[in-house]
Design a protein around this ligand. Structure first.
Ligand code: GLC
Length: 422
């Protein structure tokens, strides 16, 4: 199935890492894998996972308000604790935590009520499943085979039958997600521990796409993925095809009291503008507490980003990737008809110089305030265009995070990227 247009038009999604790790604020799953926290202590966090303040309608209302078009919630992380009453495997929040109920259904329903697409994160790996460490990984990083949570120990042979039963469990859980909650997107993870063949991805993809051929799959479904998922860092060039940058709002995927290194609203605006300027989506991650509440510091930042988006809606919605690097010193987007450029400027921009622009400018103005800006071209000869100068905005028209200059073109965008004339 071709990529769904809703995804490439979405621009902003919210990622939620929510699980028992929020109780003590340990690293999600990795805490016991890396022996940072003893396994039994990690698992005891289940006793404090209450979901007592879980209000998915408030989540959905917030996400819609800030301009997100979809959300992705960890239905089951590498620790194997499912957030729904799965009939498969032993670990879930219904049976093992005071939350005591399915948390996915109400989430999916609330998102849909607010017109948001429903995504679930799901880890292929389950480090708590007794059958998971039954085979060594083929063709993957060698360090993967050393962990007792991942591979047979002390020279024990691979048990291929046990591995197939593990995959049956994974497939049954994914089948439940698909049949009960009808996700628009499945965000897989943990793929690095086995080869595509070992993961048995072909029948899994078929199972998902038979239930709904429109389901969007991320690249951690390997060759069945619909889009690339660079993580925690902006690519320098746009990845091929649709893509999404996943990024934590501080330094952690899940809730950690100790992590107060929040990105500023200005930084989030910059990440967002750079991402959409390269044609991608930003999947911004928050970590709800064990009670299910998104902490105020995180909400404030989402709202700050959302306010910037609302002030600059035309530069965001319905736009595509902007100018290639070198024409304008900053990210940019382009209206779908190609007739308007949106130049993002950080700090207090002075006069702008757009290079390589062959199309004449009809009008330039500050997006949001509407202030008109003068413009003129100097130089240029033959096929080499001159520089298009655009007056800098007055202080009153400068946005605290990023000012957007809308440039209406007098024709189709025509760019020059040559080496000039001899
Ligand atoms: C990494 C981490 C995982 C996190 C994910 C989000 O794969 O293993 O903990 O959920 O990144 O992209």
């Amino acid at each position: 199935m071709a990529m769904q247009p809703w995804f490439t038009e979405a621009k902003l999604g919210i990622f939620l890492h929510w699980g028992i790790y929020a109780v003590d604020g340990t690293l999600e799953s990795w805490a016991f894998y890396a022996d940072e926290v003893p396994h039994d202590q990690y698992m005891r966090q289940a006793d404090g996972f209450t979901a007592a303040g879980y209000d998915p309608k408030a989540w959905a209302e917030l996400f819609a308000r800030v301009g997100a078009r979809y959300a992705v919630l960890t239905s089951r992380h590498h620790d194997g604790v499912a957030l729904w009453d799965t009939a498969h495997g032993d670990l879930n929040v219904v049976r093992h935590t005071p939350a005591g109920r399915d948390l996915l259904g109400p989430y999916a329903e609330a998102l849909r009520e607010h017109g948001l697409k429903v995504g679930f994160y799901y880890s292929h790996s389950d480090w708590n499943h007794p059958l998971y460490p039954s085979v060594r990984s083929q063709g993957r990083a060698p360090w993967v085979n050393e962990s007792r949570w991942v591979a047979p120990q002390d020279g024990a042979p691979d048990d291929e039958q046990a591995w197939q039963r593990y995959l049956d469990y994974r497939d049954a859980q994914v089948g439940e997600l698909v049949d009960r909650f009808h996700p628009d997107l499945l965000w897989f993870d943990g793929e690095w521990e086995r080869s595509e063949q070992q993961w048995r991805l072909a029948p899994l993809a078929e199972r998902i796409l038979t239930a709904d051929p429109r389901t969007v799959l991320n690249a951690r479904m390997l060759s069945y993925g619909d889009y690339a998922t660079p993580e925690q860092g902006l690519p320098m060039r746009a990845p091929d095809g649709p893509w999404e940058l996943c990024l934590t709002i501080n330094d952690s995927w899940g809730f950690r009291q100790s992590d107060t290194n929040f990105k500023s609203v200005g930084q989030l605006v910059r990440y967002f503008a750079e991402t959409i300027g390269l044609g991608g989506n930003l999947l911004l991650d928050v970590g709800p507490t064990a009670a299910g509440v998104i902490p105020a510091e995180q909400v404030e930042r989402l709202e700050g980003l959302g306010a910037w988006i609302a002030r600059h809606a035309d530069a965001v919605w319905g736009t595509v990737a902007g100018l290639p690097a070198g024409h304008h010193y900053g990210p940019s987007t382009r209206s779908a008809d190609g007739r308007t450029l949106y130049l993002v400027c950080f700090g207090s921009p002075g006069e702008l110089a757009v290079k390589g622009l062959r199309t004449a400018v009809k009008r330039a103005y500050v997006l949001g305030t509407g202030a008109e800006l003068g413009h003129r071209v100097t130089g240029g000869h033959g096929e080499v265009p001159g520089v298009t100068w655009i007056d800098g905005p007055r202080d009153a028209d400068v946005d605290p995070h990023a000012t957007v200059i809308a440039v209406e073109l007098d024709g189709d965008l025509d760019l020059y990227d040559g080496q000039g004339r001899n």
